[in-house]
Design a protein around this ligand. Sequence first.
Ligand code: GP9
Ligand code: MN
Length: 631
Amino acid sequence: MKSLKWPKHSFMILAVVATWIKTVIVYHTSFEMKIENAMQQFILFINPLSFLLFTYGLSLFFKSPKARNRYIIIVSVILSIVLYGNVAFYRFYNDFITLPVLFQTSNFSDLGTSAAAIINPWDLLYFTDVFILILANKYLPRMKAAVKVNIEFRRAFFVLAIAMTFLNLGLAETERPQLLTRSFDRELLVKNIGTYNYHLYDIYIQSKSSAQRALADGSELVEVNNYIRSNQAAINKDMFGKYKDRNVIYVSLESLQNFVINNDMDGHEITPFLNSLTKDPDTYYFSNFYHQTGLGKTSDSEFIVENSLFGLGRGAVFFTHGGNTYNSMAERLGENGYFTNVMHPNNKSFWNRDIMYKSLKINKFYDVDSYKVEEGQAVNWGMKDIPFFEQSAALMKDMPQPFYSRLITLTNHYPFTLDPDDVMIPEYTSNSGTLNRYFQTVRYMDEGIKDFFQALKDQDVYDNSIIVMYGDHYGISENHNKAMAQYLGKESITPYDNALLQEVPLFIHIPGSGEGKEMQEVAGQLDLRPTILHLLGIETSKDMQLGADLFSPEHEDFVIFRDGRFVTDKYVYAGEACYDKATGEQIDVEPCQPYADRATIELENSDAIINGDLLRFYDEKTGNLKQDAVK
Ligand code: GP9
Ligand code: MN
C-alpha cells in the first residue's frame, strides 16, 4: 500500500470533508429532526458520507487534474443546490422534497409573499463548501497536482465507500427496523440514510410507481374490494335521505386546528362565530375529528373528502396521479342532478387543480379569474377571505340548484399575515411569530364565515342547503412546539400531544334540523363522503371508499393518519409507541398492535387503488370488475 499517499488526493478529500461537515451542520441548523439517543446522533453524523465517497470518489477515474477538479466542483454545486432546495422547501412545508412535487415548479412560482419569508442573503452560507473548493483550487498549488491513481488505491477507496454504506444501513436497520419497506415518513429516511441517499431512494420509488400503473390489472381490486365490503358501516335509517336534494356547501377552512375552538387567547375569543355554532341546534359539531393529510396539504384534504381515500405517503396525489380514474363525491352528485363546482381565488394550476378537477368530474372551477380582487382585497397568498366569501355567495345566486360548491379559504395560511385594518385581536406573545399571528388570522377567518352565513340567509340559499366546514390540515407545525406548549400550558409537546393536535374542527350545519349537538366519535376526513351522500339519500354501498358514515351506529372510533399514526377512543399510537388516550402515558404496545396492523392494511389498500389506477377497472354501478379488466 505504499502508493497510499493521502496528500495527493487532497482536493477530493477536502471536498468530501467540506460537504460532509456542511451537511451535518445544515441537518442541525435547518431541519427539526428529533434525535432521541446517541446512536441516532451518530447515524445522522455519518449518513452523508457513503454517498459523498461514491460521488466525489468518481473523480479518481479522471486523468487530467483540471477535469478532475472541475468535476469535483460541479458535484459540490449540484449537491449544494439539492440541499438548499430542501432547506427552502422545509421552511415552508416542514418536509423534505420528493420528486413529483419538485418537478411541478408551477406550484412554487405562486408562493409570492411566502418566498420572501423563506429566502435570505445569509443562505449563501449553504454554498460554503463550493466556495472553499473554488478558492483551494485557485490558490493552493497542491490541489492542482496531477495524481496517477493506481488501481489498488481506487479499489481500497471504493471498498471503504461500500463498507460505509453497509455500516450506515446496518445501524439504520437496528435503529429503525423495516425502514426502507415501510417508509411513510420522509424525516425518518433522511435521519437514517441521509438527504442524498434519500433522493436516490425517492427516484427509485417514483419510477416504481409509474411502473406499477403499467403493470396493474383488475385482479388486484378483488382483494381491496373484499376488504372494503367487509368493513362497511350500515346506514343510519333515520338520517338516510333526510335532506335529499339540498344544496351542499363545503368550506375548507385553511389551517384551522381544533384547539382554538371554544378557547381564548389572553382573554380574547378566537372564533366567536364558530363557537356559537358548537351550541347551535342546527349544527353537529365534531370535536374528535382529525385531518388525514400528508405532504399534499390542502390538495390532500380535497382528495380525501372527494374520494374517501388517502393521499399518498410521498408527493401530492393531485400531481402524481392527476390523470387517474376516480369516483368522486362531485361525480356522484353530478349523476344525481347537481351542478358541481369548486371556488378558490387562486391560480387554477396551483396544486395541479385544473387537471385534477377534470378527473374528479367537477363541472366548474371558479378560480381567481372568477373573482374581482380590488385594491386592498388581497393579502398574503391572495384574495382575502371576507371579500372571497362575499363574492362566492353572490355567485351562488346564479347557480342552477341543487348545487355542490366547495369553497377553499386562503387568508389563514402561513405566514399568517394581515393588513392592519383586518386585525381584530392582538398577537399572542411567545417565541414563535407564526403562532402569535395565527390567532389573528383565525379570528379574521371566523368573521368571514359569519358574514358568509348572513349572505346566504339574505339570498334564500341558506334554508335549502347543508353547510359542511372543516379544517384542511394543521397550521402550526412541530417547529413551534415550544410556543404551543406555552399556549396550552404544558411543559412540552410530546408525540402523544402532537397526534392529538392533528384534530381539526368539523361542523355539519343543517338549517332547520334542530337536532344538532356535539358529536364525540373519533373520526376523520375520509368519513365525510359517505356521511354527506347518505344525508342526501345517495347510496354508497358499492363505492370504493374507506371512510364510514359518521351517523351510522356502526361508525368505529378509529382514525388513521397518513403516516401510520392513529387515534381511537382509548389509544393514541405515535412514533411507534402506544399511549393511553385518557392519561397520555406510554403503555405496552400490545393493545395498539391490532389497530396498527389495520392501519397498515388500509393505507396499503388506498395506495394500491391509486398507484395501480385500479378504479379504471371498476364499475361502481354493478360493483363488479369491468369486462377486460383482467389481463
Ligand atoms: C393554495 C391553497 C394553500 O391554493 O390551497 O395550499 P396549502 O399550502 O395549504 O396546501
Ligand atoms: Mn391548506
